[in-house]
Design a protein. Structure first.
Length: 355
């Protein structure tokens, strides 16, 4: 059964659970179809001791990241972050979309970390795991509080989002852009509203994302578009149209990522395919396996983002030709300034100078 505004169809146990449960029909009751109650989002506080996560992956172009939220209401069925809910004994399925954790006092913790004597300034990525502008952000404003701290300390930040809610923080972003302290990557997966509604149900629509790209650009914020993920036979045919549209909206750079299906995401995605695209489900998975050396997922560095084989090579060729045609990636990407970052000097330390 499809749940309104939710991506996953089921709520399977995480891979660390010792017991598994399965519903089955025993023939005693005549039930045409189970009627499920509307799902509400439950919010939990997460009392983190630290907030900056370090990364050393050669596939990712940043060293530090902050994830204001664990879990994501956007409900993207392909989300590679879904398995992280297993670490808190929750399902990567419906639980990931409906049980959301937020970092309590995120701004205070960040400020404390930035002022540590050992801290070395490097660009912080917001949204590396889950979207910092998911629907709850409109009320909780955790992401905005983090941006306020980074702006105060002249600290560079990069943001990845698929939400037009980022327009709310244009005052901070435009101010940081003047000092070369911010850049934004907007994920555009499809230009089809009907596909968006089942693929990533609670995200902003295509027009909203294009509008956000346009407004960010108008305010001097450098924008890169992520055509991500590209799913064979689902949205790969839109590649050129997406690149043309984002260029017209003002983006200067673009990248793409092939769909990744780690751990439990594989089964959730195959359920989704069987429900929404039964006639092509096996063909989609066949091409994915071709790009993953016969597997449904390959985590090998250098391959996991783009895949390999004929279909992957064709995607790369199409992408390069389209970028050249539409004038994307023609100028060097903007580097952010780490030289103007300044830690707060306490009064006690100032007095020490005169002791």
């Amino acid at each position: 059964m499809t749940l309104k505004n939710r991506g996953a169809l089921t709520n399977p146990e995480g891979r660390f659970e010792k017991q598994q449960y399965e519903e089955f029909y025993d023939g005693w009751d005549v039930v045409e179809e189970e009627i499920l109650p509307a799902l509400q989002t439950t919010v939990f506080q997460e009392n983190a001791k630290s907030i900056i996560t370090r990364n050393d992956s050669p596939d990712i172009g940043f060293e530090q990241s902050i994830n204001p939220y664990r879990g994501c209401e956007h409900g993207c069925i392909y989300c590679y972050a879904r398995p992280s809910h297993s670490y808190v004994n929750l399902s990567p399925g419906i639980d990931f979309e409906t049980k959301i954790f937020y970092k309590v006092d995120a701004a205070k913790i960040l400020e404390k970390e930035l002022n540590k004597p050992s801290y070395q300034c490097a660009t912080i990525m917001l949204g590396a795991n889950t979207d910092p502008y998911q629907p709850l952000e409109s009320k909780l404003k955790v992401t905005r509080s983090i941006l306020e701290v980074l702006n105060k300390y002249n600290h560079p930040v990069a943001i990845i989002t698929k939400s037009s809610m980022i327009e709310r923080d244009m005052d901070i972003l435009a101010d940081m852009a003047k000092r070369q302290l911010v850049k934004v990557a907007v994920s555009v997966t499809t230009l089809s509203n009907s596909l968006k509604l089942i693929l990533e149900p609670r995200t902003s629509g295509p027009k909203g994302r294009l509008r956000a790209i346009r407004k960010l650009t108008e305010h001097g914020v450098p924008v890169r578009v992520m055509v991500a993920p590209i799913i064979p036979m689902i949205n790969d045919m839109e590649l050129e149209k997406i690149l043309k549209s984002v260029k017209e909206a003002g983006a200067l750079h673009a990248s793409y990522v092939v769909v990744r299906l780690p751990y439990e995401v594989k089964d959730l995605f195959k359920e989704w395919l069987a429900k929404h695209y039964p006639e092509r489900a096996e063909h989609v998975m066949s091409i994915i396996r071709q790009m993953r050396n016969g597997k449904e997922y390959d985590s090998t560095f250098g391959k996991r983002m783009r895949g390999e084989g004929e279909f992957a090579n064709l995607l790369e060729t199409r992408f390069d030709i389209a970028c050249k045609r539409f004038g994307l990636n023609c100028v060097p990407s903007v580097g952010l300034d780490t030289s103007i970052f300044k830690k707060k000097i306490s009064e006690s330390k100032q007095l020490d100078l005169f002791a």
